[in-house]
Design a binder for this molecule. Structure first.
Ligand SMILES: Nc1ncnc2c1ncn2[C@@H]1O[C@H](COP(=O)(O)OP(=O)(O)OP(=O)(O)O)[C@@H](O)[C@H]1O
Ligand SMILES: [Mg+2]
Length: 379
């Protein structure tokens, strides 16, 4: 019997939306990242996050940004509603994190969302709750400060597979603290805090007058912050600028910490990571790694931000050449830093002594440098 063709049916809108939501919001930390980006787009200078059970029970984010107009509260959680993008062409010069109008919608399809918000010219604040993208009841006037507070409760209450796939609350909490900390480091001038509900001590708190290095110290401690080298380079032809802080050859740890921002977006690039790690491999003890915080500004028309539903990746023109330039710059900075100079003097002295020793024993001089190179990697 030949196989019979299946009947093609149109999926229900809520099913479509829930599937799409699952791509954008993979875990609590994704939801927090999206909401932090909204706070930043709203020009907030203070962003406070409270979470319960690793964000699975509650995520609450309070900002002091521009707020949401009461008239817009009806559609704010619908898919494809945004105050940031109008035409497709705008995407090539976009300066906001948001552009799709999908984040809040996605969250509201997989959690219970409550928004309390007040604009500068609004007489009072308004509060509304949402389910599956829609208002549950008209917004109610209430007391509230300028800005927006969004509460997300029972994340994935209607997606049991996702709920089960999540790690323990403590692991999800750690991921949340990581996202908040990284944005805090990149956005000195804005105060961030993240804490568990009911606790008085925040897991991370940064102050608005703190510098980038202060924030790195707050998050990663003195051991990292006192070994930082400032890096920075630019190339007009490749239309990019890079700045940041990386640890010198004195510092190393078991796992590489790489904070990468491209046009202010927290992204991942295994190619860039690999290129930089290769440089460090010649300086650091075997199987140890550096701390890296890099911020790349690439001409927006050369960057495609719309390649990943969680926006964790971007594509950009001249990728190989840009990576090579960054790699070269970091290598030159590492070589030039005091600590590596000291380190090299030690190696050279050691080589000199070895040379004498080998010479005395009638061995080939050519071998010494090879051995030195090999041993310097082991040291
Ligand atoms: N914290 C906030 N303060 C002020 N306005 C906000 C805030 N969060 C969301 N909004 C408003 O709600 C709209 C929808 O937010 P949402 O994150 O869903 O979409 P977006 O940011 O426009 O695009 P993207 O899906 O790419 O993030 C935003 O365009 C913005 O106008
Ligand atoms: Mg957004």
């Amino acid at each position: 019997m030949p196989p019979t063709a299946g009947v093609i049916r149109r999926l229900d809108e809520t099913v479509v939306n829930r599937i799409a939501a699952g791509e954008v919001i993979q875990r609590p930390a994704n939801a927090i990242k999206e909401m932090i980006e909204n706070c930043l787009d709203a020009k907030s200078t203070s962003i406070q996050v409270i979470v319960k059970e690793g964000g699975m029970k509650l995520i609450q984010i309070q900002d002091n940004g521009c707020g949401i107009r009461k008239e817009d509260m009806e559609i704010v959680c619908e898919r494809f509603t945004t105050s940031k993008l109008q035409s497709f062409e705008d995407l090539s010069s976009i300066s906001t994190y948001g552009f799709r109008g999908e984040a809040l919608a996605s969250i509201s399809h997989v959690a219970h969302v409550t928004i309390t918000t007040k604009t500068a010219d609004g007489k009072c604040a308004y509060r509304a709750t949402y389910a599956d993208g829609k208002l549950k009841a008209p917004p109610k006037p209430c007391a509230g400060n300028q800005g927006t507070q969004i509460s997300v409760e029972d994340l994935f209450y209607n997606v049991s597979t996702r709920r089960k796939a999540l790690k323990s609350a403590s692991e999800e909490h750690a991921r949340i603290v990581e996202v908040v900390s990284r944005y805090a480091i990149h956005n000195s001038g804005i105060s961030f805090s993240v804490k568990k509900q009911g606790e008085t001590m925040a897991d991370v708190r940064t102050l608005s007058n703190a510098t980038t290095v202060d924030n790195i110290r707050t998050v990663f401690g003195n051991a990292v912050s006192r070994e930082l080298i400032e890096v920075g380079c630019e190339d007009v032809k490749l239309a990019f600028k890079m700045k940041g802080y990386v640890t010198n050859a004195n510092y190393s740890m078991k796992k590489c910490i790489f904070l990468l921002f491209i046009n202010a977006r927290l992204v991942e690039s295994s190619a860039l990571k690999k290129a930089i790690e290769t440089v460090y491999a010649a300086y650091l003890p075997k199987n140890t790694h550096p701390f890296l915080y890099l911020s790349l500004e690439i001409a927006p028309q050369n960057v495609d931000v719309n390649v990943h539903p969680t926006k964790h990746e971007v594509h950009f023109l001249h990728e190989e050449s840009i990576i090579e330039r960054v790699q070269q710059h970091i290598e030159s900075k590492l070589l030039g830093s005091n600590s590596s100079r000291m380190y090299f003097t030690q190696v050279l002295m050691w080589l000199h002594n070895t040379k004498e020793f080998l010479h005395y024993n009638g061995l080939e001089v050519g071998h010494i440098y090879l051995m030195g190179r090999y041993l310097s990697r082991l040291l």
